[in-house]
Design a protein around this ligand. Structure first.
Ligand SMILES: Cc1ncc(COP(=O)(O)O)c(C=O)c1O
Length: 394
């Protein structure tokens, strides 16, 4: 493993290996999640934007951006996981076969009455909680959402406004708030719907990760048979990155190079990879980053082995990099279409631009004129004040 340091950026590079035993899903599993999501009234395929002027300027073949800023009206991709997991959990409670049913079955009055008795609980740094709040309202259930200290009020309010949740900011950091939610679930008999796994809590996060496959399958269809050479993915706990990397590694003729991208204050994958003992390590302390959605200190157990071995690059980025991404998305090159991207959404594009502008970085990341790069804009302006602050600077 080689380590490099640039202004605002640290990179670990390794030769990826692909162990079939670490695979999470069959690519066909995405058909199940797509079938469920398509049954939701708000379902629309989100756009895959080709930034061809930017690609041309920097001499690479293509840059594709999956733009999740409009997903389900929630400004982020996260509702895909929360809604699918809730569906699977409710199917289990009501002994329904998830392969033979979809959201339409939950419009039955008898089922809705029973749903009204069910309480879900989760911890979130924003977008997952919005997804759970929204999905709970859709299914007619109750939801309780806890957010870590330091959360801005606008994000708390957004969780409540997204659906039926009651949302509370705690005095603890993200990892401690997850533990607190798990404890309350136990005491109250509520259902914990958490987007990260640990020993003894694996089934539900797996449903959530599976729900993200809808996004991957849409991208596949929208790329019309082309394979990405590089996929850069944001990691908080890594659930999203794990699901999407797994899908593209199994469906590409030549497996793409996977880059995991984290904020430097909460770079638990970077730190774990650097430690080199094969184990996932936590990043302790009060991490500060404007990338609130990525401010998580412990890798998700389910995805860790896959991402540890199959990632080519672990990237630890300063806020400066995501600000570059946010501004360039908003004021793009040539004829490219502007994209609204929030702090956690833009870091992969900011990183790509940083790479494209530096010959040494292009070599490290093996970028050349044949490169087809895929990034995901995972959120829109979920904190509108901060978005304006960043964008207004040149
Ligand atoms: C906007 C955004 N992007 C990316 C992520 C990362 O997802 P994960 O925590 O599964 O790594 C999150 C997580 O909340 C998020 O809100």
């Amino acid at each position: 493993m080689k380590e490099y340091e640039f202004e605002g950026l640290r990179i670990l590079v390794q030769e990826p290996s692909l162990d079939e035993n670490e695979r999470l899903f069959n690519p066909d599993d995405s058909e199940k999640t797509l079938r469920f999501h398509r049954s939701l009234p708000q379902y629309r395929q989100t756009e895959l934007v080709s930034l061809s002027s930017c690609a041309e300027k920097y001499g690479i073949r293509s840059i594709f951006v999956k733009d999740e800023s409009s997903r389900f009206g929630l400004k982020a991709f996260k509702g895909l996981g929360g809604s699918y997991a809730m569906f699977r959990m409710l199917c289990e409670i009501f002994s329904m076969d998830p392969d033979k049913t979809d959201f339409t079955a939950f419009q039955d009055e008898g089922i809705r009455k029973k749903c009204a008795e069910i309480h879900f609980i989760t911890c979130t740094d924003g977008n997952h909680g919005k997804g759970v709040s929204w999905a709970a309202q859709m299914f007619g259930c109750k939801a309780h959402v806890y957010m870590p200290k330091g959360t801005v009020e606008v994000r708390r309010k957004a969780v409540e406004e997204a659906g039926s949740a009651v949302c509370t900011i705690t005095g603890y950091d993200y990892d401690e708030t997850v533990k607190m939610a798990a404890r309350i679930a136990e005491e109250q008999g509520w259902l914990l719907i958490q987007d990260t796994a640990w020993d003894g809590y694996e089934k539900i996060p797996r449903f959530i990760i599976e729900g993200y496959l809808t996004m991957a399958a849409e991208i596949r269809e929208q790329m019309h048979g082309a394979d990405p050479t590089h996929v850069f993915l944001q990691a908080g706990v890594g659930s999203m990155a794990g699901g999407i990397a797994d899908y593209f590694l199994s469906t590409s003729a030549v497996p793409p190079l996977i880059g995991l991208v984290e904020p430097d204050g909460a770079d638990c994958f970077y730190v774990s990879a650097k430690e080199g003992d094969g184990l996932a390590h936590s990043v302790k302390g009060d991490c500060f980053t404007i990338m609130a959605g990525l401010n998580c200190g412990t890798p998700c157990k389910t995805v860790w082995p896959l991402l540890r071995d199959s990632s080519a690059f672990f990237c630890s980025c300063s806020d400066m990099i995501t600000e570059l991404g946010m501004r360039t998305y908003a004021r793009p090159e040539g004829n490219d279409r502007p994209i609204i991207s929030g702090e956690s959404g833009a870091v992969t594009y900011g990183l790509l631009l940083t790479i494209l502008r530096c010959e040494k970085l292009r070599k490290i990341f093996r970028i050349n004129s044949d490169s087809v790069v895929l990034v995901i804009n995972t959120e829109g302006d979920t904190d509108p004040d901060d978005y304006r602050r960043v964008i207004s600077r040149l």
